[in-house]
Design a protein around this ligand. Structure first.
Ligand SMILES: Cc1cc2nc3c(=O)[nH]c(=O)nc-3n(C[C@H](O)[C@H](O)[C@H](O)COP(=O)(O)OP(=O)(O)OC[C@H]3O[C@@H](n4cnc5c(N)ncnc54)[C@H](O)[C@@H]3O)c2cc1C
Ligand SMILES: NC(=O)c1ccc[n+]([C@@H]2O[C@H](COP(=O)([O-])OP(=O)(O)OC[C@H]3O[C@@H](n4cnc5c(N)ncnc54)[C@H](OP(=O)(O)O)[C@@H]3O)[C@@H](O)[C@H]2O)c1
Ligand code: SF4
Ligand code: SF4
Length: 508
């Protein structure tokens, strides 16, 4: 028997530092860590101690003999990773793998001198990036942390992004909850930096300010009809089913039989899965009540996933695609309109994304007829090598014009969701790079602004799972501490108490 890592892994590498035999890879110090979809356990080296399963914040690790249903594939997926030639780097001269050097211990190359007074650090944003930064500061320094979020509920996309049918992933918020209860933390929710307090006021009361404000809006397609009623962003759809306070209960119309989702990243898959899932399986989750009512009344029978490239270049991760294959009452179909699609699926190597689509039915779909689903079943149709040209209709969406095959084609649909990625918005008081939607920085320090830092999606752009923000936070906090040691932080004029008084006044 051995343990295996399964679908919900978010790459935070907590398990790596507790494994006594270094059999979980890639580790954060291995090159493959930057691009891996998940971590894997070497079944030949695992000694079944269970320490990793206890440490995992999202319950992704299970004994192989307790894997059920779709999870069973993960025994093979974990083992297959170690059959690649370069999966396990050679141990160092002391016989240790790379993990013994750094991960799980303070990653900062400068340590604060013992006589250094506690820094007062404000963190704007309570999503994963802000919370990993706060954890680093609290664990490794005597810093006092002010947490600020514009929303009345903490958590960022863990609360308002992660799908409700991923309860294990949402559980990561429990590890972040400890931060809010830490005696050196003050949390101010419902406080918008830029509206209730200015960035200058925040800076004047703290030694340093870290902006972890994420990427709040969606990318635009730039095609005619994009703003027609019925054409909405996945940002809105996701916020709708997660009960975001700023999205109306009637923001999404599910009265047509077909929905076209543009894009094929993990957000597109989340949206498709929620649309075709049996609402009764969602009833026991944290899904918003209005969304559950809407899904119970939904007429949707088919979701088309429109991807401008082929299955070998899909943006989704294998675990999320595998999960679709196990949805009950849902059929998958590939629109076989282009010979490149079958070629990619049939020639894919065992670890390739396109290989997951082997066994999925393929046929050239006739889009001129209504969705052909069997008795009460729903289906997801993958349409690769097809880009949207226009959202057609009048006061409602009627179809999407797309490329593909010999020319253009209209796919009738009542709702179009664009799931083509998120985008950062300019933050008051900070420089902004319009081309990337991020704040320019050097290892986390905002360019030209001593004492001001960024972390997470506003720093790197809107990609990477929850765990990717952990290493990102370590870099930013490391830069901040180095600046503190070098005496490069501007001294705050106001006290912590003065800041609390200011917040109370502004809230009235
Ligand atoms: C729909 C969706 C589903 C996802 N599902 C998964 C998943 O299942 N597994 C996984 O590993 N990863 C998932 N991810 C990725 C993960 O959510 C991100 O990596 C992560 O949330 C980025 O963290 P962040 O802290 O940079 O931003 P966010 O989580 O967006 O947090 C930013 C916070 O800043 C606050 N804020 C913004 N502006 C201000 C202001 N002016 N003043 C005060 N506060 C402000 C916001 O209210 C928010 O709370 C998902 C992403 C999306 C979009
Ligand atoms: N379960 C999970 O772990 C989970 C869930 C949700 C999100 N996340 C993570 O969150 C991050 C964001 O996910 P995301 O899905 O929003 O973004 P993403 O992974 O960047 O995917 C964006 C998709 O939109 C397509 N696209 C972009 N511009 C387009 C255009 N003009 N026309 C047509 N298609 C276009 C892209 O196609 P091209 O590839 O051709 O550019 C791609 O398929 C990712 O790192 C993701 O893994 C993780
Ligand atoms: S979520 Fe973290 S602790 Fe759990 S398996 Fe993945 S990397 Fe390991
Ligand atoms: S069960 Fe123990 S030995 Fe096996 S991977 Fe987990 S921590 Fe390592």
């Amino acid at each position: 028997m051995a343990f295996a890592i399964t679908q919900t892994c978010c790459n935070d590498a907590t398990c790596v530092s507790v494994c006594p035999v270094n059999c979980i890879h890639p580790t954060p110090e291995e090159r493959a860590f930057g691009s891996t979809e998940m971590l894997y356990i070497d079944p030949k080296a695992c000694i079944d101690c269970g320490a990793c399963a206890d440490a995992c914040p999202v319950d992704a690790i299970l004994p192989v003999d307790r894997l059920t249903g779709g999870q069973q594939e993960y025994a093979e997926i974990n083992a297959a990773y170690f059959e690649q030639d370069d999966a396990r780097p050679a141990p160092d001269a002391a016989g240790h793998g790379p993990i013994f050097h750094a991960w799980g211990r303070p990653t900062f190359d400068r340590v604060l001198p013992p006589d250094f007074g506690p820094l007062r650090v404000a963190i704007v944003g309570t999503g994963p990036a802000g919370m990993y930064a706060a954890k680093d500061l609290l664990l490794h320094t005597p810093a006092e942390v002010t947490l600020v979020d514009r929303l009345p509920v903490a958590g960022g996309l863990v609360r308002f992004g992660v799908a409700p049918d991923h309860p294990a992933t949402r559980k990561v918020s429990e590890t972040f909850a400890h931060v809010h209860h830490h005696p050196r933390v003050r949390t101010h929710l419902g406080l918008d930096v830029g509206t209730h307090v200015t960035p200058g006021e925040l800076a004047a009361h703290h030694d340093a300010v870290i902006y972890a404000v994420g990427a709040a809006t969606d990318r635009r397609l730039g095609i005619p009809g994009e703003d027609r009623p019925g054409s909405v962003s996945a940002t809105t759809f996701v916020a709708w089913y997660n009960g975001h306070p700023e999205v109306a209960a009637d923001a999404v119309d599910l009265s047509a039989e077909r929905v076209v989702v543009v894009g094929n990243g993990n957000v597109a898959l989340d949206a498709a899965r929620i649309l075709v899932s049996d609402p009764e399986t969602l009833a026991g989750t944290e899904i918003a009540g209005h969304a559950l009512d809407g899904l119970r009344r939904s007429k949707v029978r088919e979701v088309v996933l429109l991807a401008r490239r082929g299955p070998e270049h899909a943006a989704y991760t294998r675990p999320e695609l595998l999960a679709l294959k196990h949805l009950s009452g849902v059929d998958l179909l590939i629109d076989d309109h282009d010979p490149r699609i079958s070629a990619a699926v049939d020639t894919a190597g065992p670890g390739d994304k396109a290989a997951v689509l082997r066994g999925v039915a393929r046929e050239a779909v006739d889009w001129s007829v209504p969705p052909e689903t069997a008795d009460g079943r729903r289906r997801i149709v993958f349409r690769f090598h097809s880009a949207p040209l226009e959202v057609l209709g009048d006061d409602a969406t009627r179809a999407v014009r797309v490329t593909g095959g010999a020319g253009e084609l209209d796919i009738p649909a009542g709702t179009v969701l664009r799931a083509i990625g998120y985008r950062g918005v300019p933050q008051a008081g900070l420089p902004f790079d319009e081309s990337t939607g991020t704040v320019p920085h050097e290892r986390g320090r905002v360019t030209g602004m001593p004492g001001t830092y960024v972390v997470g999606w506003i720093k790197r752009g809107p990609s990477g799972g929850i765990g990717a923000n952990r290493a990102c936070a370590a870099e930013t906090v490391g830069t901040l501490l180095a600046d503190a040691v070098a005496g490069a932080l501007p001294a705050p004029a106001g006290s912590a108490r003065a800041f609390r008084r200011l917040v109370r006044r502004r809230r009235r």
